[in-house]
Design a protein around this ligand. Structure first.
Ligand code: SF4
Length: 285
């Protein structure tokens, strides 16, 4: 039986990453370089290409040397924006509209007296930014049991999700929180802040993975949405997370007829094309 290599239908840059890269490339080319607060995206190949346009990364506002700073697609909290303004810097904001929506939701919850719980990775810049909008009245976790560690369980709880989480995992989290918190006069508000692109990408990828013997997920190992694609595919097929074509070991393809390929939202077309070419090369397709 000949080998079949299939690419997921939703692959390559998402709207938010495409938009951020277009903005920053334009600014960097016009100004002869620009600094970004944190990495614009979690993908080394894309960051290398941006560096060729003179884009450099700083970790803190105090490290910025120029007069302009780019806020990444992951967004920042209001305190960081204030810090940028107080230094008299021009901020170019590439925060993704889906992330902005989660930030606005956190602010509204805080204004209405809710304690915000973000279902997400506490160390991820997007989650830190969203929590910043909760005005210090919130936490991030992937485990509802962490609520029990609070000194006192807040009566009003607002639940949001990091934009790139798996929808089913968020639903499970919400159910777990209800079990823990619906005890005494509780009020729980759930706001769906999952990214539409990621929802589609995950659904298409899972469908493809179910009909594959092996799936290659291309993307940064520190990219949240790439890791979630890997998790999803691993439930139904042999799955490999790779950053570049060079990582493909031909031994993985032994006795594999149906090969699936997908990629995180910050993986560029060139890297995807390289992987497709290498797979064709190794399989003789
Ligand atoms: S994955 Fe979604 S939330 Fe993240 S940058 Fe892309 S469109 Fe925005």
């Amino acid at each position: 039986m000949p080998t079949r290599i299939k690419k997921a239908s939703n692959i390559g840059f998402c709207m938010g990453v495409r938009r951020a890269i277009d903005i920053i490339t334009d600014v960097a080319d016009k100004q002869g370089g620009v600094e970004t607060l944190g990495a614009l995206v979690h993908n080394q190949q894309v960051l290398k290409k941006l560096a060729e346009h003179g884009v450099s990364i700083v970790d803190n506002v105090s490290d910025i040397k120029g007069k302009t700073v780019v806020v990444s697609a992951h967004g920042v909290g209001p305190r960081v924006t204030e810090e940028i303004e107080s230094r008299g810097l021009t901020a170019i904001d590439t925060t993704c509209p889906f992330v902005k929506r989660a930030q606005v939701a956190a602010r509204k919850l805080a204004d209405a007296g809710f304690y915000t719980v973000v279902f997400g990775d506490v160390d991820h810049p997007e989650v830190k930014g969203i929590l910043g909008w909760a005005d210090g009245k919130g936490m991030a976790t992937l485990d509802a049991r962490d609520l029990s560690k609070l000194e006192e369980l807040p009566r009003k709880l607002g639940l949001l999700s990091q934009t790139t989480q798996i929808p089913k995992a968020f639903s499970r989290f919400v159910k777990d929180v209800i079990d823990i918190a619906l005890v005494k006069d509780a009020e729980i508000r759930v706001i769906d802040t999952l990214c539409h692109d990621i929802r589609r990408r995950q659904a298409d990828t899972l469908k493809m993975a179910k009909d594959s013997d092996i799936v290659f997920v291309i993307g940064g190992r520190n990219s949240a949405n790439t890791k979630h694609l890997f998790e999803l595919c691993s439930t139904v097929a042999d799955t490999r997370l790779i950053e570049t074509a060079a990582e493909i070991d031909p031994a993985w393809l032994k006795n594999k007829q149906k090969i699936g390929v997908t990629a995180g939202a910050s993986t560029d077309d060139e890297t995807i094309d390289d992987v497709m070419a290498r797979l064709r090369d190794v399989t003789g397709e």
